[in-house]
Design a protein around this ligand. Structure first.
Ligand code: ZN
Length: 369
């Protein structure tokens, strides 16, 4: 097992457009570069993992086993690669893998496959087919390349150490990957199937994940005789209705507050103050619509809505489907994203004595660009 794994992470990420170099950007809960470090270490295929970065302090050495060494990189990628090859020379390695830190999504199966193929070859390189058409420019002429004959080379690339070292120390100009050294000399290279998900992170958009937010809403209104009862935007037959400046629809009010909460936009009273005449007896769907249209305009989507309606009467189970249908059509939200639970207060307090109805809601929303 005289194999070494080199991770190149000294690039400045000029195209990434963030203050932080992409190899240190958080991706799936760790730095981009850490994915490659952990995968290569846990594969147990390598005697040592050599990480080449501009600022070695950035990688907390102690977190890892002794099998990792961090060295300072050079100006260009090829300089960093040569520094690593020179560094491991004293161990007399048999095989060396060279890998770009910006590819965190390779599998251990790929590592094993590379190593297996290295038994009969001096250079093994994973390739994938291009999905896009390729044009090639020579001076002012642009040519179309035959897509079927074109392929993309990825990393990790695996080599017999002695062969790669010999070629690398002779090379003066910069190269974008190590297999180029072999191809320039017409040396035989074994190409194996790469992995489409193992693409290189170049732009920030490559790894930007949509953000999800949660919001909570609560409302309670007193029940009074001779008023219509509105719940979830529809009239429910009942001997009493909910007292309020508006129609007192606790469900819609709690939904509005949960959405405002998830969007960090204060509360329902900020937008519909109950001392304003024009909101007197307003129907609650009219309060919901402007909040919802703002939500959708800002590219938020609702993942789900979970509602607790707290009352002794009326029985939620009898009206559940009607209420969910109403909320679904008011909010243009699929029914399977809405859940309505009925809860009593065990005859305790105002709600238990059937003098009030309360509602609490949790909403989850995700922002897409
Ligand atoms: Zn209310």
């Amino acid at each position: 097992m005289n194999n070494y794994f080199v991770i190149l992470g000294a690039g400045k990420s000029k195209r990434f457009h963030k203050n932080i170099a992409k190899q240190f950007y958080n991706y799936k809960n760790k730095d981009v570069i850490e994915h490659s470090i952990e995968k290569s270490l846990s594969s147990k295929l390598f005697k040592k993992v050599v990480v080449v970065v501009n600022n070695p302090k950035k990688i907390k050495n102690k977190k890892y086993s002794k099998n990792i060494t961090i060295i300072k990189g050079g100006r260009e990628r090829s300089d960093s690669s040569l520094l690593a090859l020179k560094y491991i020379r004293k161990y007399r390695p048999k095989n060396v893998f060279i890998h770009d830190a910006a590819r965190p999504n390779f599998t251990q199966k790929l590592l094993k496959n590379l190593l297996l193929n290295l038994k009969k070859n001096k250079a093994v390189v994973p390739i994938v087919k291009t999905r896009d058409s390729i044009k090639y420019k020579v001076r002012n002429n642009i040519f179309n390349l035959d897509k079927e004959k074109a392929f993309l080379t990825q990393t990790p690339q695996a080599f017999r150490y002695s062969d790669l070292y010999k070629l690398a120390i002779q090379k003066k100009s910069k190269i974008s990957d190590e297999v180029t050294l072999f191809l320039e000399r017409d040396y035989k290279v074994k190409f194996i199937h790469g992995e489409n998900q193992n693409s290189k992170i170049t732009f920030h958009d490559d790894i930007k994940l949509p953000t999800t937010f949660f919001g909570i809403g609560f409302d309670v209104h007193r029940l009074i005789k001779d008023k219509k009862l509105f719940l979830g935007g529809i009239k429910i037959p009942f001997h009493s209705g909910l007292k309020g400046h508006s129609d007192g629809d606790v469900i819609l009010h709690a939904i509005i507050d949960s959405i405002l909460g998830a969007m960090k936009k204060k509360d329902i009273g900020t937008y519909f103050p109950d001392n304003k005449k024009r909101y007197k007896n307003i129907r609650s769907p009219k309060m919901l619509w402007p909040i919802l249209s703002d939500l959708y305009k800002k590219n938020f989507l609702i993942n789900n809505l979970d509602i607790n309606l707290i009352c002794e009467q009326p029985k939620v189970s009898i009206h559940r489907n009607k209420i969910i249908n109403s909320i679904s059509s008011l909010m243009k939200l699929e029914k399977d994203r809405i859940n309505l639970k009925g809860k009593t207060a065990e005859k305790l307090g105002l709600i238990g004595k059937e003098k009030a109805i309360a509602c609490e809601v949790i909403v989850s929303i995700t922002k897409y660009d």
